[in-house]
Write a protein that binds this ligand. Structure first.
Ligand code: PEP
Ligand code: MG
Length: 590
């Protein structure tokens, strides 16, 4: 049990009624999606409720047309400033993130209708809200995420506009220095919150898209998922403390909790400032060379990747620029991003992964409505193969960006030999296309696949024969072998990478790959987990791809590993058939 938790009477823990005023300390427990600490007032993002409240409120009618126009101008400047900030930090994904707001503000019909209403006698706030409501009603009929995002854009913009008009509502859209509590967030919201300098985020839904968590980690925003709708009833500005290491949210934290938090946070900062001396090469105690590669989500991750001396990029999740934008990036836009990636790591190998969307990674502008079971639906390589022109554009952008470099290209979620061969043929076609047009490109990429779907375990030989390398996507491999949703808090306790089926599958992959001299990169969270590293090395894995922040720690762990012992422990682990026994040996044996 967490130290701080012990200080709380049990009646205060977690089960408070929605209408409870939250005057004393309450503790809510959840799942950590991005680590960190935050202490500050909360801001509830419940757009529908805020909008409803604003609609039902009464307003003075003493705002002139000039006041209204001034509020429009201020809003425009704010949006430009936010866009600039987010672009400086995140050039690859942030393009046009506030575009929808801008376009609305520039839309003569939208703003013009408000002016018309004012001319007809409505007050400026009522004009803003009623016109926005009319627009929202048009979009609300759509149930897909694109439509929901449009409605949210409208709500956000009108709330911001109103805040710039009505003095007492100035703070209404302010997230700066606040812990944001929200029911639903899109990846683009996470970028907006980062540019608005939110301290941390609490999501009150049971599940969270895995990419939202990955994005929060890249943006260094603490994020905790708490399955309690009560939180949405807290009043704005209530003080809270978010401990996104333990997964705790303290509402109205006591002084004891705050001072304990401050002490821990100071220690944490000291550790963060202490630069672990990372060595160029990672060796086990007995000198076995292990390559630590960086998993990159955003271009802004590259700085840290270089600082910790990664030996290349083991996984570039190419879907991020697709996920956050409001339309598909063009081949040229993709080329610019991929080239930056290549140029940031001269002489080092770069592994691109083609688009991995679908499932929980939803493109807001692509309608996949109607999928009953999106995790088993038109996702990843299946999406690419059935949208061939998009697939070819991406492949050409990768090949062009790879000029003069060593590159690898892998396909996510491969489930059959045919799929892999079709993907491989698309690369060969793309090389042919570029060659015929004399467009500079890399004509010799290594071609591989992500091992994430259990069906490929039975056809590993056939795949190893055709592929240059395997990337084990441990996050999805565990999810699909065990049929446990990796994003569902309710089944998190049975999401066990140390299930014998998972460990034995990893062994099988490594052994088969070795017979064909096919490379293996271990990706996903298992690659940085202290508990599993000796097992992975013991089975023969020599390349790990992990988020850069973990590299110093993982290097230290590897430096202490004796390969002889790691091999023995791996063998023993593979003989065990109960998770509890495996867990015990993992903990004691390492
Ligand atoms: C994985 O599944 O382990 C993986 C690396 O891919 P992602 O986390 O992007 O699904
Ligand atoms: Mg995956």
């Amino acid at each position: 049990m967490d130290m701080l938790e012990k200080t709380l009477p049990s009646a205060w823990k977690s089960e408070s009624h929605p209408m409870q005023p939250f005057t004393c300390q309450n503790l809510f427990k959840g799942k950590v999606a991005s680590e960190g600490f935050a202490h500050g007032p909360v801001k509830i993002i419940n757009r529908d409720r805020t909008f409803e409240q604003l609609l039902s409120r009464s307003y003075d009618n003493n705002y002139s047309v000039d006041d209204f126009k001034r509020a429009v101008d201020i809003t425009e400047l704010q949006l430009k400033d936010l866009q600039k900030r987010v672009e400086e930090k995140l050039s690859d994904v942030a393009s046009l993130i506030f575009t929808a707001h801008h376009l609305l503000l520039k839309d003569n019909e939208y703003v013009g209708s408000m002016l018309q209403k004012m001319e007809d006698g409505a007050s400026a706030p009522v004009a803003i809200l009623s016109v926005t409501k009319q627009y929202m009603d048009i979009f609300t009929h759509g149930s897909n995420s694109y439509m929901r995002e449009k409605v949210q854009d409208l709500e956000d913009l009108s709330i911001r506009l109103l805040g710039n008009l009505v003095a007492e509502l100035h703070e209404i859209s302010r997230c700066e220095d606040h812990i944001v509590i929200a029911q639903e967030l899109f990846p683009s919201d996470m970028l907006k919150l980062s540019s608005e300098k939110a301290l941390g985020v609490v999501l009150v839904t049971g599940g969270v898209t895995s990419h939202l968590s990955i994005l929060a980690r890249s943006l260094e925003i603490p994020l905790v998922i708490i399955d309690s709708h009560d939180l949405i009833f807290i009043s704005d500005e209530t003080m809270a403390l978010l401990d996104a290491e333990a997964g705790n949210l303290y509402v109205n934290p006591s002084r004891v909790v705050i001072s304990s938090f401050n002490a821990r946070n100071d220690a944490r900062r000291r550790v963060a400032n202490y630069k672990v001396p990372v060595k160029e090469e990672t060796l086990t105690k007995d000198g076995t060379r292990i390559r630590l590669l960086a998993s990159i989500n955003l271009l802004s991750d590259l700085k840290l990747a270089r600082e910790v001396k990664c030996e290349g990029i083991g996984l570039y999740r190419s879907e991020f620029p697709f996920l956050i934008r409001s339309d598909f990036p063009t081949e040229e836009e993709q080329y610019v991003i991929y080239r930056k990636l290549v140029e940031s790591m001269p002489e080092k190998e770069i592994s691109f992964r083609t688009l991995d969307i679908g499932g929980d990674k939803v493109l807001p502008y692509y309608d996949t409505a109607g999928e009953q079971n999106p995790f088993l639906g038109l996702r990843s390589i299946r999406f690419s193969l059935s949208n061939r022109e998009l697939f070819l554009q991406q492949l050409r952008a990768m090949l062009r960006a790879g000029v003069g470099a060593q590159i690898r290209i892998s396909f996510p979620m491969i489930s059959s030999l045919e799929e892999f061969l079709e993907g491989k043929a698309a690369i060969i076609d793309s090389i042919d296309f570029l060659e015929k047009r004399n467009i500079p490109h890399n004509n010799n990429p290594k071609i591989g696949l992500m091992i994430e779907v259990p069906s490929v375990l039975a056809i590993l030989d056939d795949l190893a024969h055709e592929a240059d390398f395997f990337s084990i996507g441990s996050n999805d491999l565990v999810q699909y072998i065990l049929a446990v949703d990796r994003t569902n808090e309710k089944v998190a306790h049975i999401y066990n990478p140390h299930h014998p089926a998972v460990l034995r599958s990893i062994k099988q992959i490594v052994e088969t790959a070795a017979r064909y001299e096919t490379g293996v990169i271990m990706c996903g969270d298992m690659a940085h987990h202290e508990l599993y590293i000796p097992f992975l090395l013991g089975t023969g894995i020599r390349e790990l791809s992990l988020e850069s922040g973990y590299i110093p720690k993982v290097q230290e762990i590897i430096n202490k590993i004796d390969m002889e012992k790691a091999r023995e422990i791996s063998k023993e682990l593979l003989l065990l058939n109960k998770m509890a026994e495996i867990e015990k040996l993992l903990k004691n044996g390492n």
